[in-house]
Design a protein around this ligand. Structure first.
Ligand code: UT7
Length: 329
């Protein structure tokens, strides 16, 4: 149930964040013992050295609830949260939603809850929706959580996908803005015709002429790669131009950590310096909706990112969908 009539506000902001990764580690050497690959190939082609992996009995809800517990410690209270939005492709169940499990597990008695299905772009999608809910007065505060157990949805005989992904969660609290700290722009995009390049089947088993009833992640890596480099760099430049900004106005760029080569290509094409770009791919792998908070968190904690800095988060993935959030931290 919503709290009675919160007032509309001019802008929303991200008050704080927290992350959690499971203790399990899966190294390139571990993978080389499972499929025909090598540490050298994986590092050269992806930048990944190791990744986090959830235990058999650890699910997305467990990771998300730990991230939320940590966020609550940082912000003091989540009592004003009216809505929980969870972004995930690896929820424990189709329903109840991951957000409903978080609402219950975190004891957020008065909050509504729903999931966002935007694959690896889920975190900016959810932050943008949360921002709109706070600005419109539909919610006082919104808890956004991106959490994944990608390693439970992988085919460990397919060397082109199983080396890429890892598990983790990130939580953020979206609240009314203040003068220095606010979300300044949100964009969304989709190229649905590319859905066949990255999918997990569910009730329906056929997609674009392929039959697959495993429910495991399937990807045409080079097609997604080319799309990401071309389309996402264009979209970032369009987003900056629409805000009357250029690459030099961005203090911190936090793209989805899909592959280090993609990130580097996005930097080259947009003109955003690599030194101003935060990534999580090297130590956590591609953690889908958790990759952006996992990249940002160390820089928040060690003081590199300061209040008032301009951050550009940009997510992209299965759909093919993408979304960006430009904000003043
Ligand atoms: O987060 C959601 C969005 N997803 C992405 O952004 C992923 C985008 N794609 C990628 O990151 C890359 O395409 C991959 C890392 C998946 C693959 O790298 P690539 O440089 O595009 O390689 P490729 O698919 O063009 O394959 C090149 C070769 C092939 O061998 P042949 O046909 O040239 O003999 C593959 O069979 O590399 C081979 N290969 C491997 N070799 C060793 C593929 N995977 C591996 C492997 N180890 N793990």
């Amino acid at each position: 149930m919503f709290h009675p009539a919160p007032a509309p506000v001019p802008r929303a902001r991200v008050a704080d964040m927290a992350v959690y990764v499971p203790d399990g580690r899966l190294t390139n050497a571990d993978l080389a013992a499972m499929v025909e690959t090598s540490d050298e190939w994986i590092v050269q082609r992806t930048g990944i050295r190791e990744r986090s992996i959830a235990a058999n009995d650890q699910f997305a809800s467990d990771l998300c609830l730990e991230a939320v517990r940590r966020l609550r410690e940082r912000v003091g209270s989540l009592d004003r949260v009216d809505v929980v939005i969870a972004a995930t492709s690896t929820a424990d169940y189709v329903f109840p939603s991951l957000a409903a499990q978080i609402q219950f597990g975190a004891g957020l008695k008065h909050a509504g809850a729903f999931d966002v299905g935007a694959a690896c772009a889920g975190f900016p999608y959810a932050i943008n929706i949360a921002s709109a809910m706070v600005v419109s007065g539909q919610a006082r505060e919104v808890l956004v959580v991106g959490g994944e157990v990608m390693t439970k949805a992988l085919d460990y005989t397919d060397r082109s996908t199983c080396i890429l992904f890892g598990d983790g969660a990130g939580a953020a609290l979206v609240v009314p803005a203040n003068e220095r700290s606010y979300i300044e722009r949100s964009t969304y995009g989709c190229d649905g015709e590319g859905g066949k390049y990255l999918y997990r089947t569910s009730i329906r088993h056929d997609i674009a002429g392929h039959e697959d009833d495993t429910g495991l992640l399937r990807q045409s890596g080079s097609d997604v790669y080319k799309w990401a480099v071309r389309r996402i760099s264009e979209s970032i430049l369009e987003m900056l131009a629409a805000a009357n900004l250029t690459a030099s106005d961005v203090d911190w760029f936090v793209p989805h950590s899909a592959n280090l080569r993609i990130v580097e290509a996005l930097c080259t094409r947009t003109g955003i310096p690599r030194e101003r770009t935060l990534t999580s791919i090297e130590t956590y792998g591609n953690t889908s909706t958790a990759s952006i908070p996992l990249a940002l968190m160390p820089a928040l904690d060690d003081g590199r990112v300061k209040r008032g800095d301009r951050i550009l988060m940009y997510g992209f993935g299965g759909g093919l969908v993408h979304a960006g959030t430009l904000l003043r931290w």
